[in-house]
Ligand binder design. Structure first.
Ligand SMILES: [Zn+2]
Ligand SMILES: [Zn+2]
Ligand SMILES: [Zn+2]
Ligand SMILES: [Zn+2]
Length: 561
């Protein structure tokens, strides 16, 4: 079919359905979406509470646990040990399908009864405050992060060691306040750097060391503002920046100013072909793909690794294929409209399922096939009832669409949706989402006033571990951990003045949004591909009113690397 413009059922904005999209929907045996890509993404993301943690009891063993659900949540919540144990049977909640009742009403009944996992963390060692995480050791408040050691306060930290307050950091060690960083050692306040050591306030560096306030550097060392300095001058500058809290805050401002004047590539893409989006590595053929590597023929996707022939998926890892509208998938194929489906095939409208094939409306199944609403059937019966469900959903207009907003187990503001779409409570309500009014943490209990925080780390003793601090921005109380204090001491960094959530939000604001604008290359130099103004156009996550000098791939390559 030809490309078509449609109006989004939810936000009323127009959106395009490409001819490739139509082909995909046909292959995936589904119908075109009624919502625009953003509204679709929002609905999926509300199924993911990544960082909002509460204290409560496990409903089975009654132990005190850390959980994604409040203690008065309407769901039954089990700790990891209990959830994975044989002390309960998910199939014991089986329901018969009732053709005279709406499918989603029946699924909601099941969803309310079946125990949910308090946290999603596997193989963690002394890392109770982590979620969406695996194989972490001695880590604290890190999320969507795997195989780290001694790391605290971060999102998407992978295979790193001793890093604090970082996001989207990979294979790195002893870094602080770094974003989109690969294979770096002892880097502080850096963005988009790779294979580098001892960088401070640097942007987009490769194979460099001992640099301060440098941008777009390749194989450089002992430089300030991209100019070579002596070792002594370099050390002096470093000391000046780290002399106290205010001098670091000043340096942050200078760095932001420096970044706003730098040449940037229209998108952070490496080894990519025919794909629009940002923060991509080795991706081919697709539109609106973000934070993804090794994708082939995927669109409307974010936070994915190795996806093939899929659309509308988030947190999608280990080479999943042919899935549509999924939140949280590991190594599955042909799954549609579900959340947290792992090692499964042909599963629809299901949550928290593992090793399941051919299923509809299942919850917490750990192994099974031909299942509907947690009940097992013969192959023939399964397809007969599935056809009835499809027929009924076509009649009520929900066929092929994601779970309705009200079935999301979290409030909009507790979920990852709020990170990317910070809408108001009123707007969330209008869209049918829930809102969490119960707050985590405390306010007004501080034992150390805002202004009394030490300006340097040198005089700080372990007495600080007993103090309750207050965030200068949101006024929430927070504490310093022993591991964190040791890190600040070792790196000569003053105590933070904000709580971890405000620090996280500050980092997220430095990254470009998951939005694209059509723009033209700003290069007016003479390059092999043009004289005068470059005529190349592209889709970029740099909004037209931003100050950065945005270049196309060709011009960027000639200027920077
Ligand atoms: Zn919309
Ligand atoms: Zn338990
Ligand atoms: Zn150009
Ligand atoms: Zn140019």
């Amino acid at each position: 079919m030809e490309q078509e413009t449609k109006q989004c059922l939810t936000c009323k904005n127009n959106f395009e359905i490409r001819s490739e999209d139509f082909a995909f929907y046909e292959q995936a045996k589904t119908v075109p979406p009624l919502d625009c890509p953003d509204c679709r993404m929002m609905r999926r993301l509300v199924f993911r509470n990544e960082r909002t943690l509460y204290k409560r009891q496990c409903d089975l063993c009654k132990k005190d646990i850390i959980s994604l659900y409040t203690k008065d949540s309407k769901y039954t919540v089990y700790c990891s040990d209990c959830w994975w144990s044989d002390n309960w049977d998910p199939k014991g909640f089986a329901q018969d399908y009732n053709p005279n009742k709406k499918f989603f009403e029946q699924y909601e009944e099941l969803q309310r009864k079946v125990p949910r996992l308090a946290l999603m963390a596997i193989n963690s060692v002394r890392s109770e405050y982590t979620n969406g995480a695996a194989d972490n050791k001695d880590c604290y408040l890190i999320f969507a992060s795997d195989a780290n050691q001694d790391c605290s306060y971060g999102r998407l930290m992978q295979r790193s060691k001793g890093c604090v307050d970082c996001a989207f950091i990979y294979d790195s060690e002893s870094c602080y306040e770094c974003i989109d960083t690969h294979e770096c050692f002892k880097c502080l306040y850096c963005e988009q750097c790779q294979s580098s050591t001892d960088l401070i306030f640097c942007y987009n560096m490769r194979n460099s060391n001992n640099c301060i306030f440098c941008t777009n550097g390749r194989n450089i060392s002992n430089s300030i503002l991209n100019v070579k300095y002596t070792k002594e001058e370099f050390e002096k500058k470093k000391e000046e920046i780290f002399s106290n809290y205010e001098s670091i805050e000043q340096a942050k401002k200078e760095f932001a100013e420096l970044k706003s004047k730098t040449i940037v590539k229209y998108a952070s893409q490496a080894k990519c072909h025919n794909v629009t989006g940002d923060y991509l590595f080795n991706c081919y053929d697709g539109v609106r793909v973000f934070d993804t590597s090794d994708a082939k023929n995927c669109s409307y996707m974010a936070d994915a690794d190795g996806p093939i022939d899929s659309m509308d998926c988030n947190n999608y890892y280990y080479k999943p294929e042919l899935c549509y509208n999924m939140m949280g998938v590991l190594q599955s194929s042909k799954c549609k409209n579900g959340a947290f489906v792992f090692y499964s095939n042909e599963v629809e409208y299901s949550e928290n399922c593992h090793n399941l094939s051919s299923a509809v409306g299942c919850n917490a199944i750990r192994k099974g096939e031909y299942m509907i609403l947690n009940k097992e059937y013969s192959k023939e019966e399964f397809y007969k009832i599935k056809a009835q469900i499809d027929e009924q959903m076509k009649k009520d207009g929900t066929y092929g669409q994601f779970f309705p907003s009200k079935l999301a187990p979290f409030g909009f503001n507790e979920s990852l949706a709020y990170d990317y779409y910070p809408i108001t409570e009123k707007e969330a309500e209008k869209r049918g989402f829930k809102w969490q009014n119960q707050v985590t943490g405390t306010y007004g209990k501080e034992t150390l006033k805002e202004g009394d925080l030490p300006k340097t780390i040198s005089g700080v003793t372990e007495d600080i571990l007993k103090e309750i601090l207050v965030c200068t921005e949101c006024k929430k109380n927070f504490r310093i951990t022993k591991a964190e204090l040791d890190f600040y001491k070792r790196m000569n960094i003053p105590l933070p003045h904000k709580d971890f959530e405000c620090r996280h939000q500050d980092r997220m604001k430095k990254r470009n949004p998951r939005k694209l604008w059509h723009r033209q290359c700003m290069c007016e130099k003479n390059h092999v591909n043009h004289t005068g103004k470059c005529s190349n156009e592209f889709e970029t996550s740099y909004a037209p009113d931003r100050k950065e000098i945005v270049y196309c791939e060709q011009c960027y390559q000639q200027e920077v690397s």
